[in-house]
Design a protein around this ligand. Sequence first.
Ligand code: DAH
Length: 367
Amino acid sequence: MDDTQKLENEIAAAIGAASDEAALEAVRVDALGKKGRVSLLMRGLGKMSPEERQIAGPALNALKTRLNELIATRKDVLAEAALNARLETERLDMSLPARARTQGRIHPVSQVMDEVAVIFGDMGFAVAEGPDIEDDFHNFTALNFPPGHPARDQHDTFFLNEKEDGEQMVLRTHTSPVQIRTMVAAVERAKKTGGDLEPIRIIAPGRTYRCDSDQTHTPMFHQVEGLVIDKETHMGHLKGCLADFAATFFETEVKTRFRPHHFPFTEPSAEMDIGYERKDGQILIGQGDQWMEILGSGMVHPNVLTSVGIDPDVYQGFAFGMGIDRLAMLKYGIPDLRDFFAADARWLKHYGFSPLLQPNLATGLSS
Ligand code: DAH
């Protein structure tokens, strides 16, 4: 019994001295594991006489129980100490100010481009694009502005270096060159497949450039072009399409009027005006007895069709073009165009739109 007591004291001391859970586990295995010191003693019971066993058996069992209890208690102490040590190193400073959360806003120009794309998308138009740097052919000549044509001078063109073949490059003065690129591509597709020219229905939003700057003009601005080419498209389609657009875009009933005009690339040409009135210094779009011009349009000129290899006796269509920045100013009551491009975050916070609300016709273009 003395030996057993000594053993117990020794193991109890080792348990008390174990400084972490791994060390404690080593002590446990050494005492109570399969080949542990207490387990070996238990194994010795078999060789004892029944009388000896009656005393030694319960004593060893009791020892085992006491050691297990000591180990469990020590284990709790060590686990708590380990947790405290971890918490100590992971301390949070609750007095630190919260990290700023920044959320961007959608610029009114992007918003209006999206709205326009949704409206025309619903009518079956696809979105087309062209380069900002254009050649003279696409920006002017193919659109029926031959070299020397007086309408060229009205465009306040930014001229760039000439191409290798001597062709004049420009910053596109309007999105109309995308009409040319779209028709050329359609003609090439038809040639490749040997089929008919597919009907065209596109809008082309994008940047445009003119050397002009005041409260309502900036050297860079945005337009959206529209083009429809088919065999039986007429002026009635043009008018219906654009009148529908105006009402949907301004989210109210809108009076429209088409006024004869002149563009080199359309014949006949018309500008569309919308009704408005001034009330308490504000512009109310839709009704009223005042007219405001919002877009240019017309039936595509036969010379334009011919310049891209489309037979004007078989195909016809209409085109239109409008200023996106101006649409944004009108719809959202933004007074000065120059602020659009001043990169002022306060302005954008005020006039911008939530990136989480995509314009759509089901739940609303804007909210
Ligand atoms: N390109 C014209 C401009 O910038 C706008 C325009 C007018 C486009 C009539 C068209 C159109 O497609 O048919 O002033």
